[in-house]
Design a protein around this ligand. Sequence first.
Ligand code: GDP
Ligand code: MN
Length: 340
Amino acid sequence: LASPAENEPSHSFGNDISHDPSSPRRANATLVMLARNSDLDGVISSVEQLESKFNHKFNYPWVFLNDEPFSFEFKRRVKVLTDADVSFGLIPHETWVQPPWIDEERARKGRDILIKEGVIYGGSVSYRNMCRYNSGFFFHHELLTPYKWYWRVEPDVRFYCDIEYDPFLFMEDRDKIYGFTISMPEWEPTITSLWSVVKEFISDHPEYVSPNNSMDFISDDAGDTYNMCHFWSNFEIADMDFWRGEAYTKFFNYLENTGGFYYERWGDAPIHSIAAALFTRKDQIHFFKDIGYKHAEFAHCPQGRQWREGHCSCNPNDNFDFAQNSCLRYFMRLDDWMFG
Ligand code: GDP
Ligand code: MN
């Protein structure tokens, strides 16, 4: 279990300002990053950018989570980057490691198949731990339970543009649940059986499927097959109460019981995306087209007026939205993107 010293919450959660009428309205929100001590340089780079483009004006707290204790040096180098509250949490062991009921022989065979197929992280157990943790557990971490909204950040990402408004309040005021910047297809071999499990779940629980869902985003044949499209979850601005709610809790447990996180290599991105697409209304999913962002080799760069007003440092032509394998066209008409 997490030691109290490691998980010491910061002294205020930033939302407790109701007593001060001169303070601007704030959301009950936090920035959150999962990282290893060895990620320090990339963590600093991401925090430095998000602080200078956005958070130095808003001062939302940061929460860092790790399956091992953060080093003194890590905390010292990260805390100095912001005036906001920063807390460092240890992930409870039992929510991170491969559960004992998983058949390790079968899991090993699953890893071997993905290694042979050359799938990225195909042989990695720690990557599977991370995907399962992001799918089903982070929002129950004691440092995150006080908050409703989170913005997921990863080491070594880029934020290209000034963000002059509060995206959390934007989401809250419009009744949004899930926000993304980049969408793309998943590697099929990592989720071979996922869609059949999803279909079983929704036939057992049709009551959770929203009448105004986004099945069109994830299926080209009205739900018969999965088209592999997902929102890229290394960037998420979303409502943790949705993950904590009845529909997603039952959905996650259903998936978990199949062992697919370990027998295959189910990613948190398709799982979050399928849930958001099916259990929310389409208008509750928001494309942050004004947030310039890059993870690995894929960027979303705002266009036109938003690029100019955001003083964006990205090349507007380096934009995955218009790439052949972007899934944005399944989410919205690209005409609306360009001219809407
Ligand atoms: P990718 O984006 O799919 O290539 O995966 P990453 O390696 O970037 O991992 C996703 C997120 O989980 C990042 O924030 C990583 O820092 C974090 N992460 C991945 N593996 C581990 C791990 O074993 N321990 C911890 N503490 N964080 C991890
Ligand atoms: Mn990453």
